[in-house]
Design a binder for this molecule. Structure first.
Ligand code: ADP
Ligand code: MG
Length: 205
């Protein structure tokens, strides 16, 4: 992937997070501690500032810089998790501009989140959004789909995964303290992860 496309993804994610920060915080108010929107806004604003300061010359360096900023500036669980996503994506991204390159990096990012947070699909976390999105990207890339088609499929899969968290009982993170009372609410991290996928479509399709 070209550095400019990587940076556009990060900037688009930051813009979406900014626009939806109040919603993310409201979701976290219901089953957590009401800081997910402010956490993500703080982190992504800092990530964009870092890009403005010094735009790295390749995609891997863009992701790595973003990861470091998120880990440093987000206090909550989501900081190390999104940080790990971008760090692993940095290690996996190549310089091809095809969707297969992006699909591999996205999959590596998801694997990093799972390794770090130990959440499985169904635990009511961001993994419930990222997993179907990664599966859709892999399937589309394997079938030779266009970037547009692959990212459309990834957005649909991510949104469905996010919506499916409403019915789930949380088994990881702060929401798990509520036990069955967490059911009936959308997971905030699943919602922000859907914005990450939507940002990829806006930036790359
Ligand atoms: P905190 O829970 O520390 O306040 P945030 O509110 O910023 O952090 O982020 C909460 C989100 O992080 C949750 O909605 C969930 O999606 C995600 N999350 C929490 N723990 C895990 C985990 N172990 N694995 C994957 N995602 C997790
Ligand atoms: Mg929180």
């Amino acid at each position: 992937m070209a550095a400019v496309d990587a940076a556009t993804w990060v900037r688009e994610f930051a813009a979406l997070v900014d626009r939806h920060a109040d919603e993310l915080t409201a979701l976290d108010a219901a089953i957590g501690d009401a800081d997910h929107g402010t956490n993500m806004r703080r982190g992504m604003t800092a990530a964009v500032a870092a890009l403005d300061d010094s735009a790295p010359s390749d995609a891997a360096a863009v992701y790595k810089q973003t990861a470091m900023v998120l880990i440093r500036t987000i206090g909550g669980a989501s900081g190390p998790l999104y940080g790990t996503f971008f760090l692993r994506a940095a290690a996996a991204i190549g310089t091809d501009s095809d969707i297969g390159d992006f699909a591999r990096a996205f999959r590596a990012g998801l694997d990093g989140v799972v390794a770090r947070g130990k959440a499985e699909p169904g635990d009511k976390t961001m993994v419930d959004t990222l997993t179907p999105a990664a599966d859709a990207l892999d399937a589309q890339a394997a079938a030779g789909a266009s970037a547009r088609a692959a990212l459309d499929a990834a957005v649909s899969a991510a949104d469905a995964g996010r919506d499916a968290t409403i019915a789930l009982t949380a088994r990881k993170g702060r929401a798990s303290y509520l036990g069955e009372r967490s059911a009936g609410h959308q997971d905030p991290g699943a919602a922000s992860a859907a914005l990450l996928v939507l940002a990829a479509r806006e930036a790359l399709a």
